[in-house]
Write a protein that binds this ligand. Sequence first.
Ligand SMILES: [Fe+2]
Length: 183
Amino acid sequence: MLSRDEALALLQQYIQEESLLKHSLATEGVLRELARFFQEDEELWGITGLLHDLDYESTKDNPQKHGLKSAEILKDKLPAESIQAIKAHNGEMTGVEPTSKLDFALRCGETVTGLIMAAAYVRPNKLEGMKPKSLRKKMKDKSFAASVNRETIGECSKLNLELSEFLSLAIAGMQKIARDLGF
Ligand SMILES: [Fe+2]
């Protein structure tokens, strides 16, 4: 498997947009937190999160390829379970169904980063002191971060996590890398 340094170098080679780099780092942070919580392989989960959108810029006009192209690029660099999760994170388009714990962790984990980033931008203290309760409120407001799919966040139930518990882990994962996220 790629080292974290190699993974980051690869990401920077494929992704130019600052917000997408931050999204990738945020997803890594959340996946690491979830892996620690479940006593799973933190490195594997983290690097899967970091690289899950590797092909995003090159598949912009071809959304059904998003995830599949990354899988192609990464096939000799990451374990099969990681490749499967990357394909299934865009399962609606790729037709690859999520089944494993990592598949669902990546889906709800990468999606929740959008909600947390949007919430942080409108808070004076950004990520500091952010609570699940206020995020839940924002989730109910459909106009807030409207592109963030609430249903996908709800897939945390497939990990046997209550929404508040999941939000709290996701916040913690992003707080640990706040500086990398520009806060
Ligand atoms: Fe993503």
